[in-house]
Design a protein around this ligand. Structure first.
Ligand SMILES: Cc1cc2nc3c(=O)[nH]c(=O)nc-3n(C[C@H](O)[C@H](O)[C@H](O)COP(=O)(O)OP(=O)(O)OC[C@H]3O[C@@H](n4cnc5c(N)ncnc54)[C@H](O)[C@@H]3O)c2cc1C
Length: 334
């Protein structure tokens, strides 16, 4: 259903909000498929974010926050709701110390608190921390999302995740802006349950002083591992399914013989079977057809039910369609 003219007028009256009616979502995601959102609103600062969320609450329309779009799949039919995006002014880092000259032997562990805007790219932030000799974010050096998206998805790799380094989160809701302690939020594998109607605007993390050279070498080693294990230079949303307890989803999909299988313009990566690739003209329907196949074949061959890691908006996963009601926005997005 298209956005009402009253909603559009009310959003236009929020200072610092920029609107795009019928906004195509494919260019805003790394997979590059899907239809349009009724509205895309870019917010310039936290005051604008609060004003925007207030209008959305008053009108009772569904909305989601778009980060870097590296973990999102929009339905081909589009998303009947509002997509809120943080403007470039949310790309900032405060409190980053000058590059370290190294630690003396026996020196006490020194913790450093850094504040980062939620729009900042996580990998860029991890690189800045490494150059400053701050340890703790090495796991994030190859994760392509934003800091806000990293919190909402509890992004992680190599046994660490955001939950371990984040201390406080600045949240904007229709009622205002406030900082929430990480212990007051519920974290799970690839999920942080944010309060309903909240979007992350900034994050405070505690990192540990270390040797910049050693931290940078750790980054290089992780990036080398990623380059050899994951497809490069392709359109993808990273891992399609969460790893089940005790094993990798990719190994199960590969064991089911699905590497290289195609549906339309989508392919199960030949490099890493848990990655789907848009070969150029894929649709979200192609992606969902492959996801259904992967899930069914892994269930048949390994007796494991895979759970999606990618967030789907505007429709249901095919295997949920017969039982689910209308789709609610995910918890983390209001
Ligand atoms: C090549 C590749 C490799 C990847 N490797 C990894 C990996 O190793 N580990 C891993 O965990 N993930 C990985 N991912 C997935 C993805 O990068 C992460 O999940 C990332 O944290 C998502 O951030 P984003 O900004 O792109 O969020 P989006 O994809 O834009 O959104 C994802 C979810 O976060 C919510 N969200 C985004 N920003 C905010 C905000 N400011 N406030 C509230 N909610 C918000 C959205 O509403 C949505 O529910 C990979 C993806 C790709 C393409």
């Amino acid at each position: 259903m298209p956005a009402s003219s009253e909603l559009i007028d009310d959003l236009r009256s929020v200072e610092g909000a920029r609107l795009w009616v019928d906004a195509p979502m494919a260019p805003f995601t790394t997979i590059g498929t899907g239809g349009k959102a009724d509205l895309l609103v870019t917010v310039a600062d936290t005051t604008t974010a609060v004003g925007t969320l207030r209008v959305l609450e008053d009108h009772g329309v569904p909305w989601i926050c778009l980060g870097a779009g590296t973990d999102l799949l929009f339905a081909d039919e589009g998303y009947e709701g509002v997509v809120v995006k943080l403007a470039d002014s949310f790309h900032y880092v405060e409190g980053m110390p000058a590059p370290s000259v190294g630690m003396e032997d026996g020196a006490a562990v020194e913790r450093v608190t850094v504040t980062v805007g939620a729009g900042t790219l996580l990998a860029r932030f991890a690189a800045l921390a490494a150059e400053a000799g701050l340890s703790g974010l090495e796991f994030a050096c190859g994760i392509p999302g934003s800091v806000g998206g990293g919190v909402a998805t509890n992004a992680g790799a190599y046994g660490s995740s955001m939950a371990e380094v984040v201390e406080e989160i600045e949240l904007a809701t229709a009622s205002g802006v406030s900082w929430t302690k990480v212990a007051d939020l519920e974290w799970d594998y690839r999920l942080c349950r944010l309060p309903a109607g909240a979007l992350v605007t900034a994050v405070r993390l505690t990192l540990t002083r270390g040797e910049a050279a050693a931290i940078l070498e750790c980054h290089r080693s992780i990036l080398r591992q990623r380059r050899s294990a994951q497809p490069r230079g392709v359109r993808t949303f990273g891992c399609t399914f969460k790893n089940p307890t005790g094993g990798g989803a990719g190994r199960l999909i590969e064991a089911a013989g699905l590497k290289g299988v195609r549906r339309g313009g989508a392919e199960v990566s030949r490099v890493h079977a848990n990655f789907l690739v848009n070969l150029g003209d894929a649709t979200t329907a192609d992606m969902l057809a492959l996801m259904s196949l992967m899930r069914a074949e892994v269930e048949r061959t390994s007796d494991v039910s895979l759970e999606p890691e990618v967030r789907l908006l505007g429709t249901h996963f095919p295997w949920e369609a017969s039982t689910a009601g209308p789709q609610e926005p995910p918890d983390s997005d209001g």
